[in-house]
Design a protein around this ligand. Structure first.
Ligand SMILES: C[S@@+](CC[C@H](N)C(=O)[O-])C[C@H]1O[C@@H](n2cnc3c(N)ncnc32)[C@H](O)[C@@H]1O
Length: 198
């Protein structure tokens, strides 16, 4: 779904197919746990939450709050509805353009930032800088994206689809430290990367 009424600086090629199709690609809890987004990791900020595919799972795995945002009103509605159906009171979803206005949270205020399927954006280093800003020292960034080494059923065009190595280098340019590449055994189509704020 790609609501053409949305304005602002929506990332290129970030429209979504139907939720029921999109959600066949992921095992959200497994991915989040493998990337260390669980337990006492502090509050979480999620850039471009889409249907809330990972939002609910994160809210169930962590002790803190999940601040989720999306530029598309329909995505925020879907995420909020999903949270309410699951009875999760620690999800705060808002309509927001993080390119134009950042994520809206104070400096150093969260323990984890989720950048899932979004770093094909026009200015990935700018987005990673915003993630660094909002993280407390020692805080973590979890990144996943579509693999480039095999054909995949969805994902951005090959010319803008980043590899994990490219994302690592953009993260380092934004002042983050490499932690590890994370093989996602529970996911056929994606790679994982963990970085942290020094
Ligand atoms: C490919 S989807 C991924 C959604 C979710 N992260 C996931 O992996 O299921 C990218 C999402 O980012 C949102 N998005 C794109 N540009 C944005 C911006 N500038 N500000 C906020 N959200 C944005 C899109 O509306 C879309 O829902």
């Amino acid at each position: 779904m790609n609501d053409r009424r949305s304005v602002g600086m929506k990332a290129r090629e970030s429209g979504m197919p139907e939720a029921s199709y999109w959600e066949t690609f992921f095992n959200p809890s497994c991915i989040l746990e493998r990337l260390g987004c669980s337990g006492p990791c502090g509050d979480v900020v999620e850039f471009g939450c889409g249907y809330g595919t990972f939002t609910n799972a994160a809210a169930q795995l962590i002790a803190g709050r999940v601040y989720a945002m999306d530029i598309e009103p329909a995505m925020v509605v879907a995420t909020t509805r999903k949270a309410s159906e699951a009875g999760l009171a620690n999800i705060f979803a808002e309509e927001r353009d993080f390119v134009a206005s950042g994520c809206g949270r104070p400096d150093g205020s969260v323990g984890y930032a989720l950048l899932f399927n979004i770093l094909h954006i026009e200015n990935p280093v700018g987005l990673l800088r915003e993630a660094r800003r909002v993280l407390a020292p020692g805080g973590t960034v979890g990144i996943i994206h579509w693999r480039t080494d095999i054909p995949t059923p969805r994902g951005p065009s090959p010319d803008i689809r980043p590899t994990s190595e490219q994302c690592r280098s953009w993260g380092e340019a934004a002042g983050l430290e490499f932690v590890r590449y994370e093989p996602l055994c529970c996911c056929s189509w994606h790679w994982g990367l963990v970085m942290k704020r020094p």
